[in-house]
Design a protein around this ligand. Structure first.
Ligand code: BES
Ligand code: ZN
Ligand code: ZN
Length: 506
């Protein structure tokens, strides 16, 4: 993770390899921009005249400024029109800038925050949010998963930015910038934790690895943690979750984390995460192409663990329980077969018509277990269906639930963090299509029913309880989420969304 610090300094007197200057789209440049331009002998004015740069959102212009100002290079960064600037846009713009800086082989960069004063004028709290967004965007964008690369001396190792300095020109802003940095670092660290867990291959991240990670994280953050193993799950009658893991040599785990940040008697929010550490499809085996990516099928679990870490590190005044249903889905002589019937902890029986629809099977028992907490609300996160990729691609997660007010709040949180969610309906016809001829439920609908993502949710609803519940299908966004502050692969989608949701709904 990059180091982020603050310095009170005047941008033109500040020496650095690369100085990022956020630039609003204005017809007439303000005093600072004018001064810079005159020092650069009108280079910027020329770029603006020639329409190479205007300050439009996301635009960049890298200029060599050696011997002109103290910074060796200036990176002008368009943030768009003042009125249209949002923290999410600033987060994205900062990400674009640091990626360009890293690609240009700079090792440390500075970003001038003085323009944020102009943007946030008269809006209380906005300055801090924007400063935090710069730190967050930069920190998230500079994530690299390099745990398995040997450091070969002969190889030319890639250059990485190690340090970001935020420049504030007024002492007045020092405290709010400092607070923003501390908060951003906690967010970055949580998202990176989720990305790491997802990026590790299936032979590293097993159910047991998730359990050990959870225990360590819980100890650090003063969270209660218990892990139910196979025996305890058998005692509880979790036949649905156990059915999935029975074909694997890796023992399953039900990981339960309890964070108490409010009165002990206050009903908690429960987050349930799908933790299939590798999904081969089981006997309903998946095709070979890209099967390696199914190491990401524990993304819901990763987001759950990272969100608890973040909530605890920010000391939110709320109670949250995280439940991770961890298992590996393998084909073997002991694996469940199409047609097998499982008995879930709820007592409901499930006809398994496709062993690749295993996420809903592990979640069924975890959702039933969640009822023990008499929750205020339940959110489950799961890479549940390929169908969500057809519906929304890598742009948004699908949400399906039983409470429209809750869904609206999640949508709002999604719009302000960029981790967008899109609602799909849950009409009773879909629920009917989950009924089996010979058991209570079947894990896939009959051919022709379609609506794959909704059908997954309709199945889960049978286990979700009566309190507000929302299912978030992150199969399209946990991996390959398309944002300037993400990279190829794991995104950690959901951590920032849930933080925002909890902070706003309290
Ligand atoms: N883990 C997959 C869903 C998935 C697909 C995640 C693509 C990420 C990217 C899930 O367990 C699965 O296989 N779902 C099936 C359900 C079907 C059998 C009803 C699917 O989507 O094909
Ligand atoms: Zn599957
Ligand atoms: Zn799966």
């Amino acid at each position: 993770m990059i180091k982020i610090n603050q310095k009170i300094d005047y941008p033109l007197e500040h020496s650095t390899e690369c100085l990022i200057l956020p630039w609003i789209e204005v017809k007439k440049p303000n005093a600072l921009l004018k001064e810079i331009d005159s020092k650069l002998q009108g280079t910027i004015g020329e770029a603006i005249d020639q329409k190479r740069f205007s300050g439009k959102f996301g635009q960049t212009l890298l200029l060599n400024s050696k011997n002109i100002v103290k910074a060796s290079n200036l990176l002008l960064l368009g943030v768009g029109k003042t009125k249209e600037v949002t923290p999410e846009k600033i987060c994205q713009a900062a990400a674009t800038a640091v990626k360009l800086a890293e690609g240009s082989k700079f090792k440390s960069v500075s970003a001038d925050l003085s323009i944020l004063e102009v943007i946030s004028k008269g809006k209380s709290g906005l300055y801090g949010e924007l400063a935090g967004a710069i730190a967050e965007g930069a920190g998230l964008a500079l994530y690299h998963f390099e745990n398995y690369k040997s450091k070969d001396e002969k190889d030319d190792p890639p250059r990485r930015i190690e340090k970001l300095t935020l420049l504030t020109s007024s002492k007045l802003r020092h405290a709010s910038t400092e607070k923003a940095i501390i908060r951003a670092e906690k967010i970055i660290s949580a998202v990176h934790t989720a990305r790491d867990l997802i990026s590790h291959p299936g032979n590293t991240v097993t159910p047991n690895y998730l359990a050990e990670h959870a225990k360590k994280m819980a100890r650090k953050n003063k969270i209660n943690c218990k892990v139910l193993g196979q025996k305890e799950m058998e005692r509880l009658g979790m036949g649905s979750l156990l059915g999935v893991s029975q074909g694997s040599d890796e023992p399953p785990a039900l990981i339960v984390l309890e964070y108490i940040g409010a009165g002990k008697k206050k009903a908690p929010s429960v987050i349930v995460g799908k933790g299939v550490t590798f999904d081969t499809g089981g006997i309903s085996l998946k095709p070979g192409a890209s099967m390696d990516e199914m190491k990401m099928d524990m993304s819901g679990a990763a987001t759950t663990l990272a969100t608890l870490q973040l909530i605890a590190s920010l000391k939110l005044k709320m109670n949250v329980v995280g439940i991770v249903a961890a298992a590996e889905n393998m084909p073997s002589g002991s694996a469940i077969k199409p047609g097998d019937i499982l008995k879930s902890m709820s007592g409901k029986t499930i006809e398994v018509l496709n062993t690749d629809a295993e996420g809903r099977l592990v979640l069924a028992d975890a959702l039933t277990y969640a009822q023990r907490y008499k929750p205020k609300e339940v959110i489950d996160l799961a890479t549940l269906t390929g169908a969500v990729l057809h519906a929304l691609g890598h742009q948004a997660a699908a949400v399906v639930g039983n409470n429209s007010a809750m869904i609206q709040k999640l949508k709002d949180a999604g719009n302000s963090t960029g981790e967008r969610v899109w609602e799909l309906p849950l009409w009773e016809e879909y629920e009917k299509a989950t009924k089996s001829d010979i058991a209570d439920l079947k894990n896939i609908a009959s051919p022709g029913v379609g609506a794959g993502t909704i059908m997954g949710a309709a199945f889960l609803k049978a286990f979700a309880g009566e309190q507000p519940w929302t299912h978030i299908d992150i199969a399209g966004t946990a991996w390959g989420f398309d944002r300037p502050y993400t990279n190829k692969g794991a995104s950690g989608f959901g951590v920032r969304l849930l933080l925002r949701y909890f902070e706003k709904s309290r």
